[in-house]
Each structure stands twice: as structure tokens, then as C-alpha cells.
Write a protein that binds this ligand. Structure first.
Ligand SMILES: [Zn+2]
Length: 189
């Protein structure tokens, strides 16, 4: 993932608070060990996170996020590992963005009896076209709409609805044996 929730796309390690700047002035951060003692321990190459991370990185990130405020749960980690494998095998192209895989994983775990509401605080919806920030607006009935902050396609479309469609589509393809879900029925989005 990129931005506020970025992590190392190869290992899943959290990134340093400290930012470095590459020769083109782009900010990048060092991955740091999860059990570091408060000091930055640069043990990897610089990265700003990526839209697509490796399966191992996503798994490690999942475990890191879970452990941050909860007791370790090996049964959950093992289940998440299996589901991630199916999601990463199924997803290709943009469907493989961490954002979609993460929400589809949350949906799957939630629907198989796990309490994974916390997963919603380790991800943010981004524009499915330019991966930029969304600008939110509330409708009269309290419904929330998300628009691309720079309206990259000029369509003014609700990007949250597109994200839900993509997550539901990925979910249905990865878990063909599961109950059918539609985009309006997602639990975390
Ligand atoms: Zn956009």
C-alpha cells in the first residue's frame, strides 16, 4: 500500500517514520524490523510502499497489524495465509492492488466467523484509476460518496461504488464455493 498505510512491498515490514529523498526528490522510507527498539534500523532498500505487494508482504503486514493491539492468534494467521493464497492466485491486473485484496480478505474472514473489523483501520480506499486520494461527500440519507480528488477521468463518478464492485468481483472469483455476495453487501466497505 502507499501513503499513510504504506509498508515494504517485499517483506511487509513497517516503514520508518523518517523519510529520505531519492535523486528525483521523491520521499521514500526504510523498512524497519517489527521488534525494533525505537530507533530506525535500516535493513532494507528505500521504498514508498507499492500498490501491489507480494503475498508474503501482505501476510506479514496482516500479522503485524493484528498483533499491534491484540493477542497473537496463530489459527487466524494460518487461515489468512490460505485465503491470501487464493486471492493472489485469482487477482490479476488492477484487481491485484493491495487495497482490493485487503478488503476481499477482510470480507472472507468476516464471513467465515472471524472478528476482523480492525482491518478497516489499516487501509484507505483510493481512486481505482489514478490511486490518488478520495474526496468524500455525504448524501441526504447519510450515504457516503467518494470522488477522485483530482477527478482524473473527468467522469465525476462515485469511486467508492467502483471499489466495492471490484472487491465483490475479486471475492466471487477467488471463493467460487462461498455464498454469493454483491457489492452492496460488503461488511467493511
Ligand atoms: Zn483518480
Amino acid at each position: 500500500m502507499k501513503g499513510e498505510y504504506a509498508f515494504c512491498p517485499k517483506s511487509g515490514a513497517p516503514l520508518s517514520e523518517e523519510r529520505h529523498y531519492d535523486e528525483r526528490g521523491r520521499p521514500a522510507r526504510h523498512p524497519v524490523g517489527e521488534r525494533h527498539d525505537g530507533t530506525t534500523r535500516p535493513d532494507g532498500e528505500l521504498t514508498g510502499g507499492a500498490l501491489r505487494s507480494s503475498r508474503v508482504a501482505l501476510f506479514n503486514h496482516f500479522r503485524n497489524c493484528h498483533r499491534r493491539a491484540r493477542e497473537p492468534d496463530e489459527e487466524l494467521y494460518s487461515r489468512a495465509g490460505v485465503e491470501l493464497l487464493r486471492l493472489k492466485r485469482t487477482a490479476s491486473g488492477r484487481a491485484e492492488w493491495d487495497l482490493f485484496v485487503w478488503y476481499a480478505l477482510a470480507e472472507r474472514l468476516s464471513r467465515t466467523g472471524w472478528d476482523v473489523e480492525w482491518m478497516g483501520s489499516d487501509v484507505e480506499p483510493r481512486c481505482p484509476d489514478c490511486a490518488g486520494d478520495l474526496r468524500y461527500e455525504s448524501g441526504i440519507d447519510g450515504e457516503v460518496f467518494g470522488y477522485c480528488a483530482v477527478d482524473c477521468t473527468g467522469s465525476g463518478a462515485d469511486r467508492l461504488a467502483e471499489i466495492r464492485d471490484r472487491v465483490a468481483d475479486l471475492y466471487r472469483r477467488a471463493f467460487a464455493d462461498a455464498e454469493r455476495i454483491d457489492a452492496d453487501g460488503l461488511r467493511l466497505l
